[in-house]
Structure formats: structure tokens, C-alpha cells
Design a protein around this ligand. Structure first.
Ligand code: FES
Length: 579
């Protein structure tokens, strides 16, 4: 382990608030005493902010109030002073139109609550989808010592002695219900059994993907990401994280020391090996721009071509995260991936990733596979380009029916989500299993916030014929728990004049995943005529306040959908004046 010079007490950031013999610092100290603390408790020792993304609507973070106590216990044991800093919670289920609209909001809040308060280090508590990238983006920009405590997955779902996976099995049984195969009583039973405890979705959705990536990038303690939220190991991990952040402050081990280019490449390797959510691409691009790391869509395609799918987890596999934990968790998977990883990357432990995975074993080789016995070969995520997506689009081939990966068919176009909902199940919809469903105006600017509408529903009349997958194309995202031949994140999006907005019913579209192509087979002169006549549609969501700021400043999907004024300058904003 590399020895780092230790800070002195005088160098603690919090001492700028608490040490000086002046009127302002008198105010700071006297008001801390107002809360019942002795000066010796908060002054002269690392002050640790616990950034807690709990609220009463975040169904995945219901254990966070208890975990704050566990983290606090660890901080105090190590000689630090803990202060809880509540931040906006992004509960995936309840927030509309999408938590993605607020990822940058939380990232800004995290950066600013760190910057404006007398904290020397932070514990970042998140897990439900967008909370993880938002916390890491904010921490990168603030760039003081930070450690991530993942919420952990919930227990497996259960119905009629069948394991249910969050999202994945909801989509499956919902299709059966729309086809008339599930009655009201069974649907109620599914509702009772699908979400059984605190914790995040327990399939390899965005939450499990981002928690795994955060660990692979070194931002949480080794082995943390797969611990079920209600397992007794979880509070122990939380208190250990509290202990560790205090030492990270003395060592001045900052996010930019950990989230390096090598760490991002490790994160992508793991993303591919776990069959991770396509959302991870947008988040990693945004995080990389915050870190000043030159990541592009091509980085994903390059690494995807070299990394097979090793985690046999829904939606690309069979098991759920609880099984993954018992099978050895992420450390076991990382150990298999060692030849593909930068093992010298530094983690929050102060040691290397190689140290973190030393001795890790697979306990169930069905759940965690080896490089010579993968679930599927390389390429679990692919980036396609072409006349329909000049700046790229994303598909998850491992979750699609194989025969659709090379497909040409006529477009059936929905101009927005309202149009889709109104017409998709109509008997007179001119659609066959060979059609290509197109959803427009569901991107970052159009929706706004690029919601997870990209798994367009299969038209009811086709469901009743037994069709369960079709090529579907949009500028939206898709839940990581979803599956299907869904081409997502089309950039540039329809609402800013991208080619997706020019598609009309009956246009031929060709998807060719092996050759990474997505083309609108319409002559360029016809497209030029349509482009000249194109008018931006009326966009929902209003044009004031945060939505106006968002629309004005959000970048396109291939750049990560961060605000254009926030990327690329980690730790460069000045410390606040204390006067
Ligand atoms: Fe929170 Fe899925 S709803 S992780």
C-alpha cells in the first residue's frame, strides 16, 4: 500500500470555520455548542458529512436512517465528528416524469452542500438508480475525500415458489396479463411478492449496475456493492465505511485520485461482464467529463468487444443479486476479470484493486461464470451509428432476441409518449412483427429528461399472436431491468432536429448490430426536404424554473446529459469566503 503524507490538524478544511480567533468563528463554535456539542467534539478532528439520499418516497432507501447511525458509529470510533447532510432523494418509482431529469440537480446539490459546509470528508449514501452517479458526479466536482456506501439490493421476489426479479419479471408478467394469461388474483399476488424488503431492485438494473461499477472504480469498500440491504453485513459495511473515511481525510485521498482513466476503464469492463444497464453508459460519460477523463461511446464498444458476460443475473441471465452475493459477490467476479482490469488502480482503502480482490473465490459457478465458461460471449452492449443516429445509439444485444440483431422493416412512428399510449394497442394499428416501432421526442430535451420509455410495449394484437420482441427505436433510455431489441439514446434526439424526428410511417429502417449500423433507408434529398420543413414540436413540462435551466443546458446522450457548464473541472471551484 502506498504511504500518503498525513494532514495536520491545522490543515483540516473544517478548521477554517472553527479555529480562528475572530467573530465569525466565534459564531460557528457557539452555534455548534447550541446543538449540545463540546468544542473538542467538532474542532480539531475530521468533520464528516453523511450525504443521505433518504426520503419517504424512496422505497429503496428505507434502511438509510438506521445506516446513518451505523456510519456515525464508525466515524466516531475512528475519531471523527459526523454530521448528517440530507440531500434530494431520487426514488425511481415515484418521481415523474423521470429521476433522470433530477440527476444533475442532485449532483449540483451534493457539490454545493459539500463546498459550503465545514466538512473534511463525506460518506455518500445512495443506490436507487440515479443517486449513485449523481453522488459521484457531485463528489468529483467538490473533490474532497469521499466514500460511497451502496444501499444494497433487496431480497429476491417470490411468487408460487418462483423467484421474481424486479422489473424484469414485471415486464414479463405484464405482457402475459395484457395477453389475458394472468387473472386479477394472480396479479395481486405478484404485487405482494415482487418487492419484499428494503434495498434496490435486485436484478442487474441500473441500481445494481451502478453500485457494482462504483465498487469496481474503487469508490466503495471491497465487497460492498452486492450485500443485501437487510443482511447484517450491511450495517457492518456501513460502520467500516465510516471508520475508513476518517483515515481518508488524514491521507487526503480524494475522488480524482481514485476515479482515474484506469478506474473508468475498470468500470466499463465490469459493466460488460455483468450485462449492466444501458443507463450506465450515460452516467459514466457524465462522470468522466466531471473527472476530466476522455471517455467516449467508442470506449464502450472497444471494451465490450473484449469482455464476455460472466454474471448470470436477470435480465441477461437467470439469477438475482441475492444469489450473486452468496456466490462470492463482485470481488469474485472481479477476480475472474483480472486479466482485463487495471489492478494497480487505487481504491478508497488506499490500496489497489488487486489488493481488494486478492483471494476472492466463486462459491457458485452457475451464478458467477469464468472467462472460459461465460453466460454469453463478448458484446453485451453495442454502440450503433448511421444515418438514423449520427452521434450514436445503444443496444443491449444480450437482452434481445438474436434474430432481431440484423433486421430491416417498415417504421411505425409514434410522435411522443402520449401518442404511443393512445394508439399502440388499437386493432387498426398497421403493424406486424417485422415492423420497427419508433418513439420520437422522448430524449433529454424532448421528454424532458430522457425517461425510461425505450422499451416500447409490443402492440396487443401482436402479443396475442405470441410476439414478445420487436425492434424498437427511441431517443429515450430503458430500465436496466428491461429487455428486448430496443435501440436507445439515439443522438441527436428528435426534439432538437435529429434524424429520428424525420422518420415517417412506412420508412424502411435497417438495424445491423454486428456491423454497428442503424440506418434510415430514405434518400438524402427526401430527408433534406423533411429537414427544411421540420418545426420543433411543443414540448411538455413548461418553460420556467428548473425545467427551463435543464433544457437550456443539458447535453445530448453521447456526452452524458450533464449540464454543459459543469463538466471537466474537478475541484476547481474556489473554496467559499469565510468572512
Ligand atoms: Fe430503486 Fe429500482 S426502484 S433501484
Amino acid at each position: 500500500m502506498r504511504e500518503r503524507p498525513r494532514k495536520t490538524v491545522a490543515e483540516l478544511r473544517s478548521m477554517r470555520w472553527f479555529a480562528p480567533d475572530d467573530l465569525r468563528s466565534f459564531g460557528h463554535r457557539s452555534r455548534m455548542k447550541q446543538m449540545g456539542f463540546w468544542r473538542e467534539e467538532f474542532s480539531g478532528r475530521p468533520v464528516i458529512g453523511i450525504v443521505n439520499t433518504w426520503n419517504g418516497f424512496n422505497t429503496c432507501h428505507t434502511h438509510f436512517p438506521e445506516r446513518v447511525r451505523d456510519v456515525t458509529r464508525g466515524i466516531q470510533e475512528a475519531g471523527g465528528f459526523a454530521v448528517e447532510l440530507p440531500a434530494m432523494s431520487l426514488g425511481e418509482q415515484m418521481m415523474k416524469p423521470t429521476t433522470m431529469l433530477y440527476r444533475n440537480f442532485l449532483a449540483m446539490e451534493v457539490e454545493e452542500i459539500i463546498r459550503c459546509h465545514p466538512v473534511d470528508g463525506v460518506v455518500l449514501m445512495g443506490g436507487c438508480d440515479k443517486t449513485t452517479p449523481a453522488l459521484l458526479m457531485g463528489a468529483l466536482s467538490a473533490n474532497i475525500p469521499a466514500i460511497y456506501v451502496p444501499a444494497g439490493p433487496m431480497l429476491r421476489g417470490h411468487w408460487k415458489n418462483v423467484t421474481l426479479g424486479s422489473g424484469t419479471d414485471v415486464w414479463k408478467y405484464w405482457a402475459d396479463r395484457r395477453a389475458g394469461l394472468i387473472d386479477d388474483k394472480e396479479w395481486g399476488e405478484l404485487e405482494d411478492g415482487i418487492a419484499r424488503s428494503a434495498g434496490t431492485c435486485m436484478t442487474m438494473g441500473t441500481a445494481a449496475t451502478m453500485m457494482s461499477i462504483a465498487e469496481a472504480m474503487g469508490m466503495s469498500l471491497p465487497g460492498a456493492s452486492a450485500i443485501p440491504a437487510v443482511d447484517a453485513s450491511h450495517p457492518r459495511m456501513a460502520s467500516a465505511s465510516g471508520r475508513r473515511i476518517v483515515d481518508m481525510v488524514w491521507e487526503d485521498l480524494k475522488p480524482t485520485d481514485i476515479m482515474t482513466e484506469a478506474a473508468f476503464e475498470n468500470g466499463i469492463v465490469v459493466d460488460m461482464a455483468i450485462g449492466g444497464s444501458t443507463n450506465a453508459i450515460v452516467h459514466l460519460l457524465a462522470m468522466a467529463r466531471r473527472a476530466g477523463v476522455p471517455l467516449t461511446m467508442e470506449s464502450f464498444d472497444r471494451i465490450a468487444g473484449d469482455v464476455p458476460l460472466l454474471a448470470n443475473i436477470k435480465p441477461s441471465g437467470t439469477f438475482v443479486m441475492e444469489d450473486f452475493y452468496y456466490a462470492g459477490g463482485l470481488r469474485a467476479l472481479l477476480a475472474q476479470l483480472a486479466p482485463r482490469l487495471h489492478l494497480d488502480a487505487i481504491t478508497v482503502t488506499g490500496g489497489t484493486l488487486g489488493d481488494a480482490i486478492a483471494g476472492a473465490e466463486i462459491y457458485n459457478p452457475e451464478v458467477i461464470r469464468t472467462l472460459d465458461n461465460p453466460v454469453k460471449g463478448p458484446g453485451s452492449t453495442a454502440v450503433v451509428r448511421g444515418s438514423l443516429a449520427p452521434d450514436g445509439a445503444v443496444i443491449k444485444p444480450s437482452a434481445a432476441e438474436a434474430h432481431l440483431l440484423v433486421h430491416e422493416g417498415p417504421a411505425v412512428v409514434f410522435r411522443d409518449i402520449v401518442d404511443l399510449k393512445a394508439r399502440v394497442d388499437r386493432d387498426d394499428l398497421d403493424v406486424t412483427a417485422d415492423s420497427v416501432l419508433v418513439l420520437q421526442n422522448a430524449g433529454p430535451v424532448g421528454a424532458p429528461g430522457m425517461p425510461e420509455w425505450g422499451q416500447l410495449p409490443i402492440p396487443k394484437k401482436l402479443l396475442q399472436q405470441g410476439v414478445r420482441d420487436m425492434v424498437r427505436i427511441s431517443d429515450a433510455r430503458m430500465s436496466g431491468t428491461s429487455y428486448g431489441a430496443c435501440v436507445l439514446h439515439v443522438s441527436p434526439e428528435a426534439a432538437i432536429g435529429g434524424p429520428l424526428g424525420l422518420v415517417r410511417d412506412g420508412d424502411r429502417i435497417r438495424l445491423d448490430v454486428p456491423n454497428r449500423r442503424l440506418d434510415l433507408l430514405v434518400p438524402e434529398e427526401d430527408l433534406a426536404t423533411r429537414r427544411a420543413a421540420w418545426v420543433q414540436p411543443a414540448l411538455p413540462g413548461g418553460d420556467r424554473g428548473y425545467v427551463a435551466l435543464y433544457r437550456r443546458s443539458v447535453t445530448q446522450a453521447h456526452l452524458g446529459c450533464d449540464f454543459d457548464f459543469l463538466d471537466g473541472r474537478p475541484g476547481e471551484s474556489p473554496e467559499p469566503q469565510i468572512a
